[in-house]
Design a protein around this ligand. Structure first.
Ligand SMILES: [Zn+2]
Length: 289
């Protein structure tokens, strides 16, 4: 049977979730949250670096926002970045319904320097609805957890844009691909996050794209790579990060063997490139003496 591009991609992701959500990998994830007390409205002020501010969202988006805030998923990514990289300017990340656009890093607006990341409440709601649809019948990953993972990837992607701007990092090729790479670099190499983060993001991009299986000029002209390409790129980075552990995602209806062959090298190149780019901006390791 010839599946449409859409059906086929959904199958790819569902299969990969089933493969990755085996207990040995699930146990490497952050433990199931036991609903910690709500985070303070704003993470502590600091001279530079990233911080998270949760504004009161519109009623329709409030429950999704509250769940995400309580999970502290976003704050974990922000502390991983703040622990690693020095950014002299303070860059707030706002969860707000005061904006129509986003999620986005806004370097400036109307000629004024801004340097903020915005996440609109409506986007959280849209993600929530999309992931619920996408994960119907998929075992091993629920929509609530997928929403946390997907937004960990999305916030790391936006932080990548902010780093390119603030640290004047060179980018050759599409910046959208480069900062997808930053998110994968940051999150796959850190045991606190793991492969379900990029995978949930792949699933999200797949689900929210208006897509009837036909691609038009606007898809090809888009500054982002096609969702299908992002899905396979993320699978390739996951597999390349540990080819023994993730060998299960290679094969028929998943990551094609022909692509998989190069993924270990691709992942090594990703790591060494970001290591080099960030090297001058790394925080000094605390003195052990
Ligand atoms: Zn982007």
């Amino acid at each position: 049977m010839v599946m449409s591009a859409f059906t086929r991609r959904t199958a790819v992701v569902a299969l990969a979730v089933a493969t990755l959500a085996v207990p040995s990998i699930a146990s490497a994830q952050t433990p199931e949250p036991t609903l910690p007390p709500p985070a303070p409205e704003t993470t502590p002020a600091q001279p530079g670096g990233f911080s998270v501010t949760w504004e009161t969202l519109n009623r329709a988006n409030r429950a999704v926002g509250r769940d995400l805030r309580r999970s502290k998923a976003i704050e974990r990514v922000v502390s991983a970045v703040n622990d690693l990289i020095v950014v002299n300017r303070a860059i707030p990340i706002y969860f707000t319904d005061e904006t129509e656009i986003g999620p986005a890093y806004l370097p400036d607006q109307n000629g004024q320097k801004l340097g903020v990341i915005v996440f609109p409440g409506w986007f959280l709601k849209l993600e929530n609805d999309a992931l619920r649809r996408q994960l119907r019948g998929v075992k091993g990953l629920g929509p609530k957890r997928a929403l946390q993972y997907a937004n960990q990837f999305v916030v790391a992607h936006e932080i990548g844009h902010a780093l390119v701007d603030q640290l004047k990092l060179p980018v050759t090729g599409k910046e959208e691909d480069a900062v997808d790479g930053f998110a994968a670099y940051l999150l796959t190499s850190d045991k606190r996050f793991g492969p379900l983060v990029p995978l949930s993001a792949a699933m999200l991009f797949d689900a929210i794209k208006h897509d009837d299986g036909k691609l038009g000029d606007s898809d090809f002209a888009d500054e982002h790579s096609l969702p299908q390409q992002r899905v396979y790129q993320f699978l390739c980075w996951i597999y390349g990060s540990d080819t023994k552990r993730f060998k299960g995602i290679v094969g028929k209806d998943m990551l094609p063997r022909a692509r998989a062959r190069r993924c270990a090298d691709e992942y090594r190149q990703l790591r060494s490139s970001w290591d080099q780019l960030l090297q001058p901006h790394l925080k000094e390791a605390p003195d052990a003496s």
